[in-house]
Design a protein around this ligand. Structure first.
Ligand SMILES: *Cc1c(COP(=O)(O)O)cnc(C)c1O
Length: 369
């Protein structure tokens, strides 16, 4: 079986430049919060079209520090509610819990997999303080509808952009530039991946940027002077230097992903499979995952495996069914339950060999239940 994602091959495209970046950091003798992080922050803010990017340790911390920062700015009381999609990766909910707030899980739209603005609207109550829009599988959530709801109800709108680097809407707005702030992950398998854990916060809010800068480094802006109780969640100089090498490829990689997705959408034909919708604006989906649905997932996965085609499930257990969130076990969220039982991700990454793409299409089309 070929690999679902050949992350080494992706990085080896830049082997010499990555090696040079490593050597530059090695020789500098400065490994935490230095010139590389500062330069990456400037370059990433510019790439996203926002005033500020702040490098942090990982994507979970990016989201947590946004919430903690707004708490310090007086936007939250303890246990205030934050609305988020129930079919996301668990980190979206964990950030809310870690910041001492209450997750409110709502249903996605089954056609797009993204948070359903109608469900958000129905969940808004007196304690609601924020909405987290996850651009799931790389597709921008319905940001116009969510921005309207957020401004009508004076809520913070935060983007979980961990899967959507470079996604852009019809007006040229980038993932990370729609909300009050956004959290990015650069975990190695994301569309922009470091060679270890890494993340960033983007924001146009000067006061939040200042808070996150403090919080990531022990609550301090001056050495040994601590304004707030912070954490240690800094982006390494080394990861920043490596990310600077890879950042210029994000747009080209997104186009490569879009081309493979279009190829799958054109050639996979099987009444037992529901293909993902092609978005109205091509750039608004960067295809972090290509996710199909089927009522015969177990059989399909076995059939793909016999054909040498790998597949993965994102995600098999919705948040409200996780033991970690047993307090939500009684909730009725049938759409997320159904998706968790039916979704299957097919291999898709820049440089996926044509023969493997062909094998994916052939195996899907020859499945007969
Ligand atoms: C990966 C991911 C995160 C967490 O990022 P880490 O860097 O792994 O902490 C958060 N949300 C979503 C949607 C993700 O895919």
């Amino acid at each position: 079986m070929f690999p679902f994602l050949d992350v080494a091959a992706l990085n080896l495209r830049d082997e010499q430049a990555l090696t040079d970046a490593f050597q530059r950091v090695l020789r500098s003798g400065w490994y935490v919060l230095g010139a590389e992080v500062a330069a990456f922050e400037t370059e990433y803010a510019q790439a996203c079209g926002v005033p500020h990017a702040i490098g942090v340790g990982n994507g979970l911390d990016a989201l947590t520090l946004i919430l903690r920062g707004y708490k310090n700015l007086g936007r939250f009381d303890d246990r205030d509610e934050v609305i988020l999609p129930n079919n996301s990766f668990i980190a979206t909910a964990l950030a809310v819990s870690e910041a001492g707030l209450t997750p409110v899980l709502v249903e996605p739209d089954a056609a797009t997999f993204n948070i359903d603005p109608q469900a958000v609207k129905a969940a808004i109550g007196p304690r609601t303080a924020a909405i987290i829009a996850v651009h799931l599988y790389g597709q921008l959530a319905d940001m116009d509808a969510l921005q309207t709801l957020a401004s009508e109800h004076d809520l913070l709108l935060i983007e979980d952009s961990a899967q959507a680097h470079g996604a852009v809407d019809a007006l040229g707005r980038q993932a990370g530039a729609f909300g009050h702030a956004a959290g990015f992950s650069f975990f190695p398998v994301k569309n922009l991946g470091a060679l270890g854990d890494a993340g960033a916060v983007t924001t146009g809010d000067d006061r939040l940027a200042e808070q996150v800068r403090k919080l990531r480094s022990y609550g301090s802006t001056r050495k040994y002077v601590h304004d707030v109780q912070g954490v240690n969640s800094r982006l390494d100089e080394l990861q920043a230097a490596l990310l600077r090498v890879k950042l210029p490829s994000v747009e080209r990689d997104a186009q490569a992903r879009q081309a493979i997705a279009a190829h799958y959408l054109r050639h996979i034909r099987n009444p037992l499979l529901v293909l993902p919708q092609a978005p109205a604006v091509a750039g608004s989906h960067v295809w972090h995952q290509f996710v199909i649905r089927t009522q015969a997932r177990e059989q399909l996965q076995a059939h793909l495996e016999r054909s040498g085609v790998p597949s993965l499930i994102h995600y098999p257990v919705p948040i409200h069914r996780q033991a970690a969130y047993s307090e939500f076990a009684q909730l009725s969220l049938p759409i997320s339950d159904e998706l968790a039982a039916q979704v299957l991700s097919l291999p898709l990454y820049p440089g996926l060999p044509a023969a493997h793409q062909h094998a994916v299409i052939e195996a899907c089309n020859s499945f007969s239940g």
